[in-house]
Design a protein around this ligand. Structure first.
Ligand SMILES: N[C@@H](CCC(=O)N[C@@H](CS)C(=O)NCC(=O)O)C(=O)O
Length: 290
């Protein structure tokens, strides 16, 4: 059945079985705990208390190149959000959509204009280069080599998607080049420093980024601080900023943080999380299971 715009929802659901109703109303998220943009969306969902079906795809195991997912989203990027016929590929739009379900997060005490400004500013910073510049080269090579082999294998299996897989291969080479480009690395670092300075100034005035309560701007910002900490850069980027540091200690105590990030990355847990992915890729490499 196709969903027609303007259809009478009550009539539509009346004609559907229980399972079908669920399929048409349930939110679905394709994501992974490693992906910073996925963390933003999951924090938003947790904070709003919205139920959703979770589909985990580990990009380090190249699961984002699996045929079913890749056919739906040939950029191979996560997160992807689905609600009935609606499919959203862009993190900022997904979060705005989630906030529009029932009452917006934080209620009246959140300055909505300021919130949107923050969300756009946060969205502008791409964490990829900053993350990779703090990871030892041998691990980057290990995972990108594996990913390229998977892309080549999928290309041979599905010639109709060959061009799209080829573009993923080109992306992987382009990232390796960018990592040698000192200007690009400095630019990513500077953007982050500006963002953190602005946040520190804002947090001197209000407990959260856009007012008295946690809002979607915070849901987008917290994963950036978590990434800095996972990379052991907390002293340099967070502790040196008083208000930011206080905010970080507060937001880490929220149940949403524990469910989405803390569970995988707090203290020793990050070694377990990363080691289990490393071992799977090592074995798949050994047996050439691409
Ligand atoms: N435009 C996308 C970008 C999302 C994105 O860059 N996702 C990363 C993880 S945070 C990804 O899927 N990387 C895997 C890949 O590119 O193969 C959005 O805003 O949601």
């Amino acid at each position: 059945m196709t969903f027609k715009l303007g259809a009478n929802l009550a009539e539509l659901f009346h004609n559907l079985s229980g399972d079908a109703v669920k399929r048409y109303t349930e939110m679905q998220l394709y994501h992974h705990p490693f992906s910073l943009d996925s963390q933003k969306v999951r924090l938003a969902l947790e904070e709003k208390g919205v139920d959703y079906s979770s589909h985990r795809l580990n990009p380090l195991k190249a699961r984002n190149l699996d045929l079913d997912f890749f056919r739906m989203n040939p950029s191979g990027k996560i997160p992807v959000f689905k609600n009935a016929e609606l499919v959203i590929f862009d993190t900022l739009s997904i979060i705005q959509y989630i906030d529009s379900v029932n009452a917006p997060l934080g209620g009246d005490v959140v300055d909505r204009e300021k919130m949107l400004e923050w969300m756009k500013k946060i969205d502008e910073w791409n964490p990829k280069l900053f993350t990779l510049m703090h990871v030892p080269k041998k691990y980057i090579l290990f995972f990108t080599r594996f990913k390229r082999r998977v892309a080549v294998t999928r290309m041979a299996e599905s010639p109709d998607l060959a061009r799209k897989y080829h573009s993923k291969l080109r992306d992987a080479y382009a990232t390796e080049d960018q990592l040698k480009d000192q200007d690009a690395l400095n630019q990513s670092k500077e953007l982050l420093i500006n963002l953190l300075d602005d946040a520190d100034n804002q947090l001197a005035e209000s407990p959260y980024l856009s007012g008295e309560e946690f809002s979607m701007a915070d849901a987008m910002f917290v994963p950036i601080l978590a990434r800095i900490e996972v990379l052991n850069k907390g002293d340099e980027y967070i502790s040196s900023r008083t208000h930011l540091s206080d905010y970080w200690n507060r937001v880490k105590k929220r149940p949403s943080y524990r469910a989405v990030i803390g569970k995988y990355f707090s203290g020793w847990r990050k070694f377990r999380t990363l080691y289990s992915t490393y071992s799977v890729v090592w074995i798949r490499n050994l047996f050439r299971r691409y």
